[in-house]
Design a binder for this molecule. Structure first.
Ligand code: GDP
Length: 594
């Protein structure tokens, strides 16, 4: 009957039960009830139990945090209180610093003080969602009155809805001004009882120990007013106040029990740490048999050290503790990865923001310097470097940005500059057209309307695909580049024979050749090659077929070729190449990456 199986039972538990049942010779099959959530081996976390009904609650002692402005006497107050907390019979003994201690009043009531002054600890605990402080004792030095940190504490207490008891300290000092301090407090909304308010204000001397019992009583009264109660039954709950590793005793933590009664042998889980309690000690280092709610206790037996402010929860079995830890570790790991991803995203965003800011500065600083204004126009006219000037208009900020990003990859050089005259989001305006005229710029209209009455003198190019725009721009840039000489081989001749002819009183060398490839053209350029080396490059003085001067020689036709330079003497076996150099347009080597 599934009803008799614990709701926390896992599939593994079911298996064990099945084994036991089977071993007893019982044929019953153990299956989870249909409405039971036990379908897989679930590793679950544990949380504090729901609050106990009011009738199950009993009175407990209050937990106090001492706060206040630096040097107003928090540490001194705690020292003196701690000293008074030394158990009778232990007088002269050394109080242990365990992070919290309990002061017992004459009437037997107890007040627990957290032994860490300052609001850092208080805030740290609150941040972990474990607020053990019931009452704040705000220490205000009577000579200084309310100071910056005093105000902070008041704010903090109000936010956390924790009542304040004010200890006006250093009243032994001649310059102490209790009345002024009270007035200061009233300005902050803390009205002392003797002024008609509800804030207990106790003048003390932490150093001399004056009125400290009055202060403790005030705390006790406040606690009674608050009706502080706790559930003394069931699994223990508590909060870690302090953790440390003791060279002799090992891992220790001080906790305030908030529910149940902590005893030896309890199994505790706190954050990612767990303990089987081997020993409990009070602030005098005395062993305790049990720690009820409101009691600070030093716990021995942690496998790992728990963190201050972390919740402590008791579990029934070691197995369950392990299960919970496994789950929490898994979750912590997941958090970590998520955090890392989040970190990366944040870094990327920061990087991008920085890059954008830098780019904007660069743009404004004049890498694209032909912007509005007559000065730039003059500059543009002075600089004779060929250039392509553009104006970019786009439908949305994103597309304009994207285009500008690509433009930025072009390195303006001596052969051609790329000048961004103007850019913006929106349709093409009269102003854009005027600007384009002034700077002889092309307007790229990216997914924006081109005005009907656009003038012929301005080139407006509509486009809606960035790479087409860039292709067009590349053509524009290429058209501004100087042409490049490209050689074209026209024909080739073999030198068969070397001879000389008389010209006037000079003998000049002539190459008797046959055209073996293509065509030889007299007006083109010739190259004399011997054994693979170029001997000469130049032009011809004469090209003859038989006795006639001709302009060209076709393949397999014999001819006499005479170079302009008469010092060049071709030999049989040389090769003469006829070639032309053609000026071809250059293409920009700008590669924007797509
Ligand atoms: P904290 O910074 O708030 O912890 O202040 P301390 O407890 O360290 O005190 C600062 C200084 O004020 C120390 O020199 C203390 O001796 C002195 N002091 C603290 N309480 C009293 C007091 O009641 N009377 C006098 N005269 N001096 C005090």
């Amino acid at each position: 009957n599934a009803k008799n199986i614990e709701p926390e039972a896992t599939l593994e538990d079911l298996k064990i039960i099945q084994e036991i049942v089977s071993k007893c010779g019982n044929k019953t099959r153990i299956v989870p009830a249909p409405d039971n959530k036990i379908e897989t081996e679930k590793i679950r976390d544990i949380t504090p139990r729901p609050p106990a009904p009011p009738e199950a609650m009993q009175i407990r002692s209050p937990v106090v945090t001492v706060m206040g402005h630096v040097d107003h006497g928090k540490t001194t107050l705690l020292d003196t209180l701690r000293g008074s907390a030394v158990a009778a019979g232990e007088a002269g003994g050394i109080t242990q610093h365990i992070g919290a201690f309990t002061v017992t009043l004459e009437n037997g009531e107890k007040v627990t003080f957290l032994d860490t002054p300052g609001h850092a600890a208080f805030s740290a605990m609150r941040a972990r969602g474990a607020n053990v402080t019931d009452i704040i004792v705000l220490v205000v030095a009577a000579e200084d009155g309310v100071m910056a940190q005093t105000k902070e504490v008041i704010k903090l207490a109000q936010d956390a809805k924790v009542p304040i008891i004010v200890a006006i300290n250093k009243i032994d000092k001649p310059e102490a001004n209790i009345e002024k301090t009270k007035r200061d407090l009233m300005m902050m909304g803390l009205v002392p009882e003797d002024k008609g308010g509800d804030v207990q204000v106790i003048p003390i001397s932490a150093l001399k120990g004056t009125n400290l019992e009055l202060l403790a009583e005030a705390v006790s009264t406040q606690a009674t007013l608050m009706g502080l109660k706790a559930d003394y039954t069931g699994l223990v709950e508590g909060v870690v106040v302090e953790s440390k590793t003791d060279a002799r005793r090992g891992k220790l933590s001080t906790a305030i029990v908030t529910r149940g009664i902590l005893r030896k042998g309890s199994i505790l889980v706190s954050g990612l740490a767990h303990a089987k309690v081997r020993g409990l000690f009070d602030h005098n280092g005395q062993p305790m048999s049990e720690a009820p709610p409101g009691t600070p206790v030093e716990i021995l037996g942690w496998r790992e050290l728990p963190f201050a402010g972390e919740l402590i929860l008791e579990v029934e079995t070691e197995k369950k503790a392990n299960m919970v830890l496994k789950w929490r570790e898994h979750e912590a790991q997941k958090d970590k990865t998520e955090n890392t991803l989040e970190d990366i995203r944040k870094k990327e965003e920061e990087h991008l923001a920085k890059y954008r800011a830098e780019r904007e500065t660069r743009r404004l600083a004049g890498r694209f310097r032909y912007r509005f204004g007559p000065r730039s126009k003059e500059y543009a006219e002075e600089d004779k470097t060929p250039r392509v000037s553009v104006i970019v208009k786009g439908d949305v900020h994103g597309s304009v940005e994207a285009i500008l990003d690509v433009l930025e990859t072009y390195n303006s050089n001596e052969q051609c500059r790329l000048d961004l005259v103007h850019y913006g989001v929106g349709n093409i305006t009269e102003g854009d057209i005027e600007l384009a005229k002034t700077f002889n710029a092309i307007i790229y209209a990216f997914s924006v309307d081109v005005p009907v009455k656009a003038t012929k003198s301005v080139s407006i190019r509509p486009c809606n695909i960035i790479y087409r725009l860039i292709d067009d721009l590349k053509k524009e840039i290429s058209s501004k580049l100087p042409t490049k000489d490209v050689e074209e081989k026209l024909g080739e001749a073999s030198v068969l024979q070397q001879f000389f002819i008389n010209e006037g009183r000079k003998e000049v060398p002539v190459a008797g050749c046959r055209c073996v490839k293509g065509i030889l053209k007299k007006a083109q350029k010739f190259r004399l090659v011997r054994d693979g080396d170029v001997i000469y490059e130049g032009t011809l003085e004469s090209m003859r077929h038989l006795k006639n001067e001709v302009d060209s020689i076709k393949k397999d036709v014999e001819c006499g070729l005479r170079f302009k330079d008469i010092n060049i003497i071709p030999q049989a076996g040389d090769t003469i190449i006829c070639y032309a150099t053609n000026a071809e347009p250059q293409l920009t080597d700008w590669d924007p990456g797509f």
